[in-house]
Design a binder for this molecule. Structure first.
Ligand code: NDP
Length: 292
């Protein structure tokens, strides 16, 4: 009989990931806002669990996709006595290494395996099933987890529990650093009379090009579309995790704390649910230009 897979957290990226899971396995979903789970289940042939405990009771493998390791802990503790020896939690949240080690220990006391498995590639990558996922955990659990990641095209085991979350946090900090650097640089060029569109074209044929210049700026800023797919709040959270990773390893940094401060102040003037790329708006405002 096929393993039942539970999916917890039907948010912006969790939903398209869960669609792949529901197509591949008998799937049970739970979401804090329950009508989202009901809508998902009726559309994608899944069962709805009323509580995290009911989901854990019905499943062999449980995938979590929640904001941080703290919410993962709340949900796994809420499932209480439902945990059974031999189950596996795949935590696809962008969590933090310390929290994931603690969650892994809590589950290990109940015979349950834990693999941190954050994803990269955005909601479009989740829809296409082309995410990258970076796994942290013991080899045997990681091998088992690999069979349950139908939303990922690239699956990499990068180290022990927490290593996946550490790598993901550094990756996202690099994204954040780049967004700010590109935004400030383009603002200066526009003030000098170089249209942002023209500057981006040339940068994309030069050595400063990146995912930000090739994709995010054209699709979201030059177009003025500003879609909301990944919140500035979540990227700010990832910057905080990256700072802790640097601090815990004793690596001194000038840049990461500066970008963390920038995100904190940008968020104060943006909507609470602003997208991560919308931090360009306060840069435009301060410079008195539009990046078009
Ligand atoms: P969203 O904010 O869209 O969704 C968050 C999900 O977590 C919702 O299902 C929400 O439930 C649930 N949730 C929040 N708090 C709690 C809680 N206390 N107890 C139970 N459930 C809770 O986030 P995303 O889907 O964008 O992101 C999820 C994770 O994936 C994050 O760690 C993020 O950093 C990461 N990520 C996101 C990417 C993206 O492009 N969006 C890209 C790569 C990684 P409810 O519906 O009730 O609000």
């Amino acid at each position: 009989m096929a393993d039942n897979v539970g999916f917890i957290g039907l948010g912006a990226i969790g939903t398209p990931m869960a669609i792949h899971v529901a197509r591949a396995f008998p799937t049970v979903v739970w979401n804090r806002t329950q009508d989202k789970a009901a809508r998902f289940a009726s559309r994608y042939d899944a069962e709805v669990a009323e509580t995290p405990g009911a989901l854990v009771g019905a499943c062999d493998v449980i995938i979590t996709c929640l904001p941080t390791s703290r919410e993962v802990r709340e949900v796994i503790e809420a499932a209480g006595d439902a945990w059974r020896d031999g189950q596996l939690v795949i935590d696809a949240s962008s969590g933090d290494p310390v929290g994931s080690r603690s969650n892994a220990e809590w589950l290990a006391q109940r015979g349950v395996g834990f693999v941190d498995a954050p994803v990269s590639g955005g909601t479009s990558g989740a829809e296409a099933g082309t995410l990258t996922t970076m796994l942290g955990g013991d080899a045997a659990w990681v091998e088992r987890a690999k069979a349950f990641l139908p939303y990922a095209k690239r699956i990499e085991h990068v180290g022990p529990v927490g290593a996946g979350h550490a790598l993901k946090a550094i990756n996202n900090a690099l994204l954040a650093l780049n967004i700010v650097a590109v935004g400030e640089g383009l603002a200066a060029l526009v003030k000098l009379g170089v249209p942002a569109r023209r500057a981006i074209d040339v940068i994309n044929a030069s050595s400063g090009r990146s995912n930000v210049t090739e994709n995010l700026i054209p699709e979201r800023v030059l177009s003025r579309a500003w879609p909301r797919t990944f919140s500035a709040a979540l990227l700010d959270k990832d910057l905080g995790v990256a700072l802790s990773v640097l601090e815990d390893t004793g690596v001194a940094s000038q840049l990461y704390p500066a970008v963390k401060r920038f995100y904190e102040s940008a968020r104060k003037v943006l909507d609470p649910d602003a997208d991560h790329v919308e931090v360009i708006k306060p840069i435009e405002e301060a410079a008195g230009v539009e990046l078009t």
